[in-house]
Design a protein around this ligand. Structure first.
Ligand code: ITT
Length: 198
């Protein structure tokens, strides 16, 4: 099997996390930032896995390598699941998205600040035209203020009660053991080792 893989993302936080989990499984990793040619992907489905499949198919077919994609989001109970699938479009950058979230939740008490990250991952093999899907989630609370400087996105306001830590206080390797993305990619890793890398 070709041991090159594209991680079909512009998001370097995602790229680092996925690559770290699959270091033993692939020899070369590319993100969309490694290609001069831009691939236009319109994430217009209200269904995460459909967007993930769209990203993986488009990129895999264009460049010809096996491709992994991730469509993920933060679902906040007090906001009826928002920002959810629209998480990356909730603001212009991580800071703006966090400030907007804290503002929307300013009157919500601690016990009602429950939330979950979800990740839907696709592994697409352009030579065969086949694809496989994986899922992971992570439950926690949205805090009242930011803490920590690791990770990306909403990590500085996401609190994990079992660890008494904010996600942005945890090292990448530790985050990968418990996170939504980590769970989905570990399921992909087991699948690859059982089916292809025997
Ligand atoms: P690509 O589509 O290029 O992969 P993106 O950031 O636009 O990058 P998504 O459409 O899947 O990706 O949006 C996911 C958003 O959800 C992301 O931008 C963060 O705001 C948030 N998010 C997902 N996983 C996260 C994590 O592990 N930590 C913090 N925020 C996360």
């Amino acid at each position: 099997m070709n041991r090159k893989v594209i991680i079909a993302t512009e998001n370097l936080g995602k790229f680092r996390e996925i690559k770290e989990l699959l270091l033993d499984d692939f020899d070369e990793f590319y993100s969309l930032r490694d290609f001069k040619e831009r691939v236009e992907i319109v994430e217009d489905s209200p269904i995460y896995i459909e967007n993930a499949l769209k990203k993986a198919r488009k990129v895999g077919n264009r460049f010809g390598y096996n491709t992994i994609s991730d469509d993920s989001g933060l679902e906040v109970d007090a906001l009826n699941g928002r920002p959810g699938i629209l998480s990356s479009r909730y603001g212009k950058n991580d800071n703006e998205r966090i400030e907007k979230l804290l503002f929307e939740l300013k009157d919500v008490p601690w016990e009602k600040r429950t939330a979950r990250f979800v990740a839907y991952v696709i592994f697409y093999m352009p030579e065969k035209g086949t694809f496989y899907g994986f899922y992971g989630d992570l439950k926690g609370y949205i805090c009242f203020e930011k803490k920590g400087d690791r990770g990306f996105g909403f990590d500085p306001v996401f609190y994990l009660p079992e660890y008494d830590r904010y996600l942005a206080e945890i090292e990448l390797i530790e985050k990968n053991k418990i996170s939504h993305r980590g769970k989905a990619i570990l399921a992909l890793k087991s699948f690859l080792n059982a089916e292809f890398f025997k």
